[in-house]
Design a protein around this ligand. Structure first.
Ligand code: T46
Length: 136
């Protein structure tokens, strides 16, 4: 099974005054955006994530600085270094993610397909793997 998570390039309008990137739902990312949040002021050495979502789709962009995203869909494991504002990482549901190696002043912008719901989280890795196995 090929991974469903993937990097997506975003449009860039180059300008002497500075660059501009935009994201249009369903055109640049494969879902409608219902929520936006961002991680910032992350202390060096911190790790975020450590969970998967049952139904939620997300798109992560390093709008400032850089960080690493480690993914596991139960079959494929891959790490990505996000360090530019002109591409992002699409995470469909049922992908375990951890995020670390945040640079100083980094900002992780996240677009999500749904409102926040704790019931949508797998926060236990064994339970996540069991759910992946049941879906095969
Ligand atoms: C993900 C990574 C990239 C809310 O109340 N509303 C929200 O929209 C979010 C995202 C979180 N929260 C609360 C839930 C917890 O009490 O904020 C607290 C911290 O959340 P969490 O520990 O899940 O944060 P991260 O950075 O580990 O994970 C978050 C997202 O939850 C997750 O979906 O993919 O960022």
């Amino acid at each position: 099974m090929k991974p469903k998570f993937r990097l997506i390039d975003l449009p860039v309008i180059h300008d002497q005054r500075g660059n501009l990137t935009f994201i249009e739902q369903s055109r640049h990312i494969p879902f409608d955006i219902e929520r936006v949040y961002y991680l910032y002021d992350v202390p060096g050495g911190s790790e975020r994530g450590g969970h998967a979502h049952k139904t939620l789709h997300q798109f992560l962009v390093a709008v400032a600085g850089s960080f690493d995203v480690h993914l596991d869909d139960g079959v494929n494991q891959q790490s990505f270094h996000l360090n530019r504002s002109n591409f992002g990482l699409y995470l469909p549901n049922m992908v375990w993610r951890t995020i670390d190696n945040f640079s100083s002043c980094s900002v992780c912008l996240v677009m999500a397909s749904g409102y926040y719901s704790e019931a949508d989280y797998h926060r236990n890795y064994e339970a996540f793997r069991a759910a992946v196995d049941r879906s095969k």
